[in-house]
Design a protein around this ligand. Sequence first.
Ligand code: UDP
Length: 236
Amino acid sequence: MKTLEELYRGKAKAILKTEDENLYVMHFNDDATAFDGIKKGTIKDKGYYNCQISKICFEYLEKNGVPTHMVEPLGEREMLVKSLKILPVEVIVRNWTAGSMAKRLGLEEGKKLPSPILELCLKNDELGDPLINEYHALALELITEEQLQQVKEYTWKINDLLCKRFDEAGLILVDFKLEFGLHQGEVILGDEISPDTCRLWDKETKEKLDKDRFRRDLGKVEDAYKEVLRRLKNPL
Ligand code: UDP
């Protein structure tokens, strides 16, 4: 697919226009940021691992009835995606206590929740993606009622499917972030699903195999991304 100019450059990905206005190319790079961009670095071959991990997840979700923006993988670090108007609401699902929720509520990390939690955040880097609730989302007209219902329905389905898929790979899906967008008026899943956007722990040892290794300077960062891809390709 012939690409035209860059439409958008994010922290770890770039979106390129193509000759077809309905299609973009999403390119994954090795840049890593944390704490609202204060911590910066690169993780060798992260772009490759995240692209391949996202591809496996998107294919699995599509096969099980969740529409995603992926049209087809293009080489090692790129995928052809449907053009999306991203909704300004990020969705976070938590199955175990960790990260910002544990900190905010004074909880110990690593407790399995009796039922999963769905959080909404305003997609705004300058404000640090603040937590909002459904009333904010509707009153601030970030999303319509109908779109919100669709987002929630897909999110719960995605959580069930991904928990199962990662479990088969010996991994606990602790929490993760999703972004949805509109393509020809329909809500579909966008962005990526990778160790940048998910917390993934080894089922037995609880070893962290995700971006927390970078955020918390735990070492063996690249190995963690590599291991997640290896396990998804060769379930236990
Ligand atoms: N997350 C993300 N992008 C963000 C914020 C969070 O991908 O801008 C992911 C993060 O990797 C984790 C989950 O969403 O898997 C919950 O993140 P949390 O709110 O705990 O924030 P963090 O600890 O990452 O600041």
